[in-house]
Unconditional design. Structure first.
Length: 210
C-alpha cells in the first residue's frame, strides 16, 4: 500500500478547474485543442511524453508560446513501478531536459503513466525531482477508449466542481471525440462562470486559500 499522494482535485474558493491533456504533443489534435482554449480564453496543462516532443517539437513550442503549461509524462510512457530506480530516473530526466529546451524552465508537475506509482517511484518523482503527482477526477470518462462524445461529456460533467482536475488525451490514436467533448465542456464551464487554469495555477490558488 503506497502512502504516495496523487492529487485529483484541490480545495479552492473560486470556480476554477484544470483541463489536462496526456500523451502529446500531436501535430493534428493538439492545435485543435489550443484553438478551443483560445476561443474561451482559458489555459490548460499538457502532460507530454518525451518521444512525442522529439517528433513534434514545434507543436510543443506553440503550446508554451500560447501560455499553457507543459508537465512531465515520462519519456516512453512505461509502467513506472516495474522499472528499476535508474530506469525511472532516466524517464524523468530525459523528458525534463526536453521540456526545459522548449520552455526554458523545469516542469513543475508530473503525471505518472497509467496513474501507476509506488513508494519507490515516489522517492524519485517527489523526493528527487520535487514533482507533485497529478491525477484527475473524471477517470470514468475513459476518453482514451473513444467511448463517444456523449459519454466523455456526461462522465466528466458529473464530476466537475471547483478545484477539479480533468483528464483528456491529445496524443496517439484518433482524438476527434476528445476534441469535440472538450469543445462542449469548455464552453459550458466558461458560460457557468468557471475559469480554466493550469494545474500549477490551481495548486497556487489552493495554497493561497488559507
Amino acid at each position: 500500500m503506497s502512502n504516495f499522494h496523487v492529487i485529483n482535485e484541490v480545495p479552492v474558493r473560486e470556480k476554477a478547474v484544470a483541463f489536462t491533456f496526456d500523451d502529446g504533443p500531436n501535430p493534428l489534435y493538439t492545435p485543435q485543442v489550443l484553438e478551443i482554449f483560445r476561443e474561451v480564453q482559458g489555459k490548460a496543462t499538457f502532460f507530454m511524453i518525451g518521444t512525442q516532443i522529439e517528433k513534434s517539437v514545434e507543436t510543443a513550442k506553440t503550446v508554451h508560446e500560447q501560455g499553457h503549461e507543459i508537465g512531465n509524462h515520462t519519456y516512453t510512457h512505461p509502467h513506472l513501478p516495474e522499472l528499476s530506480s535508474e530506469e525511472c530516473r532516466r524517464e524523468l530526466q530525459l523528458t525534463e531536459a526536453l521540456i526545459q529546451q522548449v520552455t526554458g524552465a523545469k516542469p513543475r508537475v508530473f503525471r505518472p503513466p497509467y496513474l501507476a506509482t509506488s513508494n519507490e517511484v515516489a522517492a524519485i518523482t517527489a523526493g528527487e525531482f520535487n514533482y507533485p503527482a497529478i491525477g484527475a477526477v473524471n477517470g470514468a470518462a475513459t476518453d482514451w477508449e473513444m467511448p463517444g462524445v456523449t459519454h466523455i461529456v456526461e462522465k466528466t460533467r458529473e464530476r466537475v466542481r471547483p478545484g477539479s482536475i480533468l483528464l483528456f488525451h491529445d496524443g496517439f490514436d484518433d482524438r476527434s471525440q476528445t476534441v469535440e467533448a472538450v469543445r462542449i465542456l469548455a464552453a459550458e464551464l466558461t458560460t457557468a462562470g468557471y475559469r480554466l487554469v493550469t494545474v500549477s495555477e490551481l495548486l497556487a490558488m489552493s495554497a493561497a486559500k488559507s
